[in-house]
Design a protein around this ligand. Structure first.
Ligand SMILES: Nc1nc2c(ncn2[C@@H]2O[C@H](COP(=O)(O)OP(=O)(O)OP(=O)(O)O)[C@@H](O)[C@H]2O)c(=O)[nH]1
Length: 640
C-alpha cells in the first residue's frame, strides 16, 4: 500500500499520506487529482470549463448580448433550484438554459454543468438568462449539508426557488433541509416533480408527501422530465408569475451582498454579488463591512453563462465582481460591501466560516515537505473555507492541520479519511472558554482539576428519512453513536422522518456509509449544527515504554475508552517489530492505565539491561509501525 501516491498540483508525491487525528488512522491512499486540487472553484464559470473541454464549449457565438438597462427591477427574477442529490437539478438547469438560448441544445452540452460533480457540490453560480422581457438569474446552490450556511446565503440573493423532487424517490433528507432554509428566508417556493418518465415514478404519492410535509399548494404543480424535456416549458412562466421581483432601490447608497467566490488563475478572485440597493460600477472603490478592507472594482458583469462584462450592476441584479482581492480567503460569504464614502449597515446573518472537521496531514518522505506545503497553500488560496495550521508531531515531523466545514468538504480534499477530529470546547470556572482541535491542546490533569468547569462537544441535529421496515436497524445505529431520538413522524403510510441529536464526532467517519448499508441504500440523511453540549470527554494517551506518543493521543467519550484502549494496545503490539529489549505498550487516561500489552525482547539478556535503566532511551518506534497500525483501521475501533 505504500507505493501509492498522491498528486497535488499535478505533481506526484510518492509515499505521502493523509492521516487523521495526527496519526491514528492512515488511509489506504490519498489521491488528490488536479481536479480536486481546486476543489471549490466554480467550474460553471465556463471560462474554466473551456480550458478543460474545448470541443463541447466552442459555442461562444451562442452568447447573446444583454443590455442591462432594458431590465428594470420588475422584470428581473432571481431564483434557484433546490433538491436532494441526484434529483435532477443540473439536468433541469441545463434544460432551462437551453430554453432561453443561453446555451445551445446541442447534446454535447448536456450535463456540462455536472461533469465535475465533486466541485459542483458547492458550486453556486448565477446564470443570467434573457427570456422574453425578463432577466432571469438562476442562482445555483450547493447540494450538500456541509454548506448549509452557503446555501442559506445564496438563497438570500433569490426571491424564490424551485423545490425539485424525484418522482420515484420522493422527499429525501436534503429536500427537507433545503426546504426549511428557503422557508426561513421567506422565499416563494415552487414545488416541481421531476423524472416522471421513469417506470418507478409515483407522482401522486410524491404530491401527497409534499402536501403533508411542507403544506405547499400542489393544485397546479409541474410534473416534468428534465431529461426528456416534458413539461419543462411551463417552468419559466411559473417563475415569472409566482416569484416576486427584487425590491431594492437604485437610488439608495450601494449595498452589495457577496454569496460566492472562486479563484481564477488569470484574474484572481471572482465574487458573485447581489446588488441589494444602489449601483456598482467599474472603477468604484468599495469596502468590506466585515474586514473593512478596501477594493477597487476592475470588472463587473453578469454570467451569461460566461462572464459577460456590463460595466455596472444595479439594485436587484446579480452578477460577478472582480476587484483587487488577492486570495479567496478575503471573500467572506455573507459579507456586505459599500462605497467607501458611504457606509451602510451590513445585511444580517453573516457568520465567518468555521471549520468543524479537522485532519492532520504529514508527508511520509520529509523531503517532500516544501513541495507539499506549496501545494496545500495554493489550495487554501482557492478555497476560502479551508483553514490551515502548521503542525509538528514528534513521530511524523512537520505537517499541517487542515480544517474543513464538514465531511463532504473534506472528501473533496481527500476521497476517504477515516477518522477526522471535531473541535471540543473547554469552559473554565472563570467563565472563559477555549476551543481545542488537537489532542495536544487538551488540558493537563492538574489544569482540569483546578480550573475546569466543563467540557463540551459539538452536536448535530440529524434528519433521517427511511422506509419504515429499516427503523429498528437505524435506531440501533443511532443508539450506538450516542444519538438521542427527538421525534419521528410518518411522511406517508410507509416512510418515516426521524430526528436525532448526535455528537458530530460520531458521524464524521462512517455513519453515512453505515446508514446506507443498513437500509439497503434507502435511508437519506442530512444534518444541521445544534451547538455544543456538555460531554464526558477524556484524552487517551498511548505510551510506549512509558513515553507518551503525542501523535497517537486522542480525545474520545469516556464510554469508549475501555474498548478503544484495549484494541489499540493490541494492534500496536501486532505491528511493532520485536526489539532487543522488551516493549511495553499502554493506553492511559489521566495517568490511569486502561490497557497494556508487552512485546517480549529478542534476547533476554539485553532486555534486562535496558529495562532496568532508562526505558525510553532506546526506543525508536519505526514510522512504518505507525502506518501499519493506522492502516489496520484503528480509526474505526470506536465503532465496533
Ligand atoms: N429518467 C430521468 N432521469 C433524469 C431526469 N433528470 C435527471 N435525470 C438523471 O438523474 C441523474 C442525476 O441528475 P442531475 O441533474 O445530475 O442531478 P443533480 O440533482 O444535479 O445531482 P447533484 O449534482 O449530485 O446534486 C442523472 O443521471 C440524470 O441524467 C429525468 O427527468 N428523468
Amino acid at each position: 500500500m505504500f507505493s501509492r501516491a498522491i498528486f497535488l498540483n499535478n505533481k506526484s508525491f510518492n509515499n505521502t499520506y493523509i492521516i487523521n487525528r495526527s496519526l491514528k488512522c492512515i488511509t489506504n491512499s490519498l489521491y488528490i487529482s488536479k481536479r480536486v486540487f481546486r476543489p471549490y472553484v466554480n467550474y460553471d464559470n465556463w471560462i474554466s470549463l473551456q480550458k478543460r473541454n474545448q470541443s463541447s464549449l466552442s459555442n461562444s457565438q451562442n452568447i447573446k448580448y444583454v443590455d442591462l438597462s432594458k431590465f428594470p427591477a420588475e422584470n428581473i427574477r432571481n431564483f434557484s433550484i433546490i433538491a436532494h442529490v441526484d434529483h435532477g437539478k443540473s439536468t433541469l438547469a441545463d434544460r432551462l438554459l437551453e430554453l432561453t438560448g443561453t446555451i445551445s441544445s446541442n447534446h454535447s452540452h448536456q450535463q456540462v454543468l455536472d461533469k465535475l460533480n465533486v466541485e459542483r457540490e458547492r458550486g453556486i453560480t448565477v446564470k443570467a438568462q434573457a427570456y422574453k422581457d425578463y432577466l432571469l438569474n438562476l442562482i445555483d446552490t450547493p447540494g450538500h449539508v456541509d454548506f448549509n450556511y452557503e446555501v442559506s446565503r445564496s438563497l438570500v440573493a433569490c426571491q424564490g426557488t424551485i423545490l425539485l423532487v424525484d418522482a420515484s424517490q420522493g422527499i429525501q433528507a436534503q429536500t427537507v433541509a433545503n426546504f426549511f432554509l428557503a422557508f426561513n428566508e421567506g422565499l416563494t417556493i415552487i414545488p416541481v416533480i421531476n423524472k416522471i418518465d421513469l417506470p418507478a415514478a409515483e407522482p401522486d404519492r410524491v404530491i401527497n408527501q409534499i402536501e403533508s410535509t411542507f403544506e405547499l399548494d400542489t393544485s397546479d404543480i409541474s410534473l416534468i422530465s428534465a431529461k426528456s424535456g416534458i413539461g419543462v416549458d411551463k417552468i419559466l412562466p411559473t417563475v415569472i408569475e409566482k416569484i416576486p421581483p427584487p425590491s431594492g432601490n437604485v437610488n439608495k447608497p450601494l449595498k452589495a451582498f457577496l454569496f460566492d467566490s472562486w479563484y481564477d488563475t488569470y484574474v484572481g478572485v471572482v465574487c458573485l454579488m447581489e446588488i441589494v440597493d444602489g449601483k456598482l460600477q467599474k472603477g468604484d472603490k468599495i469596502m468590506s463591512a466585515y474586514s473593512e478592507k478596501m477594493y477597487e472594482v476592475i470588472d463587473i458583469g453578469i454570467m451569461h453563462p460566461e462572464q459577460f462584462t456590463t460595466g455596472y450592476l444595479h439594485a436587484g441584479q446579480v452578477g460577478y465582481v472582480i476587484c483587487s482581492m488577492k486570495v479567496a480567503a478575503e471573500a467572506h460569504v455573507g459579507d456586505t460591501f459599500y462605497h467607501i464614502k458611504n457606509p451602510v449597515d451590513p445585511l444580517p446573518g453573516f457568520e465567518p466560516a468555521k471549520s468543524m472537521v479537522f485532519a492532520g496531514v504529514f508527508p511520509i518522505d520529509t523531503n517532500e515537505f516544501n513541495r507539499l506545503d506549496e501545494s496545500i497553500t495554493k489550495l487554501t488560496l482557492n478555497d476560502a473555507s479551508v483553514s490551515l495550521q502548521r503542525e509538528t508531531s514528534m513521530a511524523l515531523g512537520q505537517g499541517w492541520r487542515i480544517g474543513f466545514l464538514g465531511t463532504l468538504h473534506m472528501d473533496v480534499f481527500k476521497q476517504r479519511l477515516e477518522e477526522p477530529t471535531v473541535p471540543y470546547r473547554i469552559i473554565y470556572r472563570d467563565g472563559t472558554s477555549k476551543l481545542i482541535r488537537n489532542p495536544t491542546e487538551f488540558p493537563e490533569p492538574m489544569e482540569l482539576q483546578n480550573k475546569l468547569s466543563e467540557l463540551q462537544e459539538p452536536i448535530i441535529l440529524a434528519t433521517i428519512i427511511l422506509p419504515e421496515e429499516y427503523m429498528g436497524s437505524i435506531i440501533d445505529l443511532c443508539g450506538s453513536r450516542r444519538g438521542e431520538q427527538l421525534e419521528y413522524t410518518y411522511m406517508d403510510e410507509s416512510r418515516v422522518i426521524m430526528k436525532y441529536s448526535i455528537p458530530l464526532a460520531e458521524i464524521v467517519t462512517d455513519f453515512h456509509d453505515e446508514l446506507k448499508s443498513r437500509s439497503s441504500g434507502y435511508a437519506s440523511f442530512d444534518y444541521e449544527d445544534m451547538g455544543y453540549q456538555t460531554s464526558d470527554i477524556v484524552k487517551m494517551n498511548v505510551l510506549i515504554n512509558k513515553r507518551p506518543i503525542d501523535a497517537l493521543a486522542t480525545i474520545l467519550h469516556r464510554s469508549q475508552v475501555a474498548n478503544v484502549g484495549r484494541e489499540w494496545t493490541k494492534k500496536l503490539s501486532e505491528v511493532i517489530p520485536k526489539q532487543l529489549y522488551e516493549v511495553i505498550i499502554q493506553t492511559t487516561i489521566g495517568g490511569k492505565v486502561i490497557a497494556r500489552e508487552t512485546i517480549p525482547a529478542m534476547r533476554k539478556n539485553v532486555t534486562a539491561k535496558c529495562y532496568g535503566g532508562d526505558v525510553t532511551r532506546n526506543i525508536e518506534l519505526p514510522q512504518k509501525a505507525f502506518y501499519d497500525f493506522l492502516s489496520k483501521g484503528s480509526g474505526n475501533s470506536k465503532k465496533k
